[in-house]
Write a protein that binds this ligand. Structure first.
Ligand code: AMP
Length: 415
């Protein structure tokens, strides 16, 4: 077990906290969703209660090692200050400048400092100023960051699948390190679902491509009792069984693999549920995410899709079938939409599943939802408060489901 916040002494200490404040900004640089900031408040409040001085480290966007003023964390410091009800110091410019270091050195117990976007430095992501891979440069940057505090808290679940200076390198240069409350919660829910699930354990996977989720499916086939596949991915599986998929988004080079995965599931007696009917359309405007004028939209009678049509959402019978299976579930992991969720007319299957997962949770299941679209769906369905755990890290939670070691977690010391 990795050390968590309450295992380390932070009383009166200068604590470096890696957070994930990679929030969406609009054209006027206003934060359009502050959930990532809000999610860190319990850890920050605990550190304040412990009389610590808090130095927050984060990235925002992909500035690729250059200073990009539009990707400054300045708006974040203002929002954090509103949320926590205290001033948050922000130097700007450069996270390891003399000015930043002085601000860190002068920081008193109970004060908060946010450093500028770490990814303005190529070293954060393991490169040097010339853009070449450079471990020594990364290590040096990690050392500079570490020199500003005494202990380190990893609270950026969304970034723990990256081996960066502020997620891995920094750990060896501090006196002690631990997972913050948010990371601890992620590890608890995702870890227990995978390693010690209450059964039946059902995974729901949706989204665009089988190729993105092969490793997740492979790993889950060793863990789950049932797997539900929706979204465009389902059409590759159906076609691999000789079912007509029309013009659906099929990965023709993955047909053998899909057939192989279905065979494996059968051998292991894992229930593999695919849609049995579909909402179909003859045209979809993927660029503007809308149904083009004059397009025909209908629902199929069975799993086959007629020529000239593509599957865009799970049909009513499919949702009923999935609901039947989910109602007895004791553990549910869900990642990815069951249809072209961005188009409201094709979001129904995904929103319905969100409600079904919430009902199953009310009936005693532990539910873990990850991935941007599934998280939006549970919000859209108004059931987010009825889900056991909503993961804050899309990529990290997928890598966790793949069974991969997350570098930012692996780097933390054991209890
Ligand atoms: P992912 O990032 O792999 O979770 O995929 C999410 C994307 O899958 C969303 O943009 C959805 O619009 C898309 N998607 C889901 N179902 C379908 C479908 N039937 N056809 C095309 N795209 C789909």
């Amino acid at each position: 077990m990795k050390k968590t916040l309450k295992d380390i002494d932070v009383k009166g200490k200068k604590v470096l906290v890696r957070v994930d404040y990679n929030v969406p900004l609009d054209a006027e640089l206003k934060i359009t969703n502050d959930k990532r900031i809000a999610a860190t408040l319990p850890t920050i409040q605990y550190l304040l209660d412990q009389n610590a001085a808090i130095i927050l480290l984060s990235h925002l966007g992909r500035p690729k090692g250059k200073t990009v003023p539009e990707m400054s964390l300045s708006p974040v410091s203002a929002r954090l200050s509103e949320l926590i009800g205290k001033p948050v110091k922000f130097v700007g410019g450069d996270a390891i400048s003399e000015e930043s270091k002085k601000a860190a050195a002068d920081l008193k117990a109970g004060e908060i400092l946010l450093l500028e976007n770490l990814r303005f430095h190529p070293e954060e992501e393991g490169k040097n100023a010339a853009g070449e891979k450079d471990k020594a440069a990364m290590d040096n940057f990690a050392k500079e960051l570490a020199s500003m505090g005494e202990v380190f808290v990893q609270e950026a679940f969304g970034t723990v699948h990256r081996a960066h200076a502020s997620t891995v390198g920094i750990v060896k240069y501090v006196k002690d390190a631990a997972a913050g409350f948010l990371v601890e919660k992620e590890l608890k829910f995702l870890g227990e679902a995978l390693d010690n699930p209450q059964r039946p354990f059902i995974a729901i996977l949706g989204g665009a491509k089988v190729s993105d989720k092969i490793n997740v499916i492979e790993n889950l086939l060793n863990k789950v009792d049932s797997i539900i596949i929706g979204g465009a991915m389902a059409y590759t599986f159906l076609k691999s069984q000789g079912v007509n998929a029309g013009t659906s988004l099929v990965e023709n080079d993955k047909l053998d693999l899909a057939a192989e995965l279905l065979k494996k599931a059968k051998e292991r007696k894992i229930e593999f549920l695919l849609p049995v009917d579909h909402v179909i359309a003859d045209k979809v405007d993927f660029t503007n995410k809308q149904i083009p004028e004059g397009a025909a939209v209908k629902i199929t009678a069975d799993e086959a899709i007629p020529e000239g049509f593509m599957g865009v959402d799970a049909g009513t019978k499919s949702i009923e079938k999935f609901a039947q299976s989910l109602k007895d579930a004791k553990t549910i992991v869900w990642n990815g939409p069951l249809g072209i969720f961005e188009i409201p007319e094709f979001a129904k299957g995904t929103v319905e599943i969100a409600k079904i997962v919430a009902d199953a949770t009310d009936a005693g299941a532990v539910s873990v939802v990850g991935g941007g679209d599934s998280v939006s769906a549970v919000k859209k369905a108004g059931v987010d408060k009825r889900i056991s755990h909503i993961s804050t890290g899309g990529g990290a939670s997928l890598e966790f489901l793949e069974g991969k070691e997350l570098p930012g977690i692996a780097a933390l010391p054991e209890k």
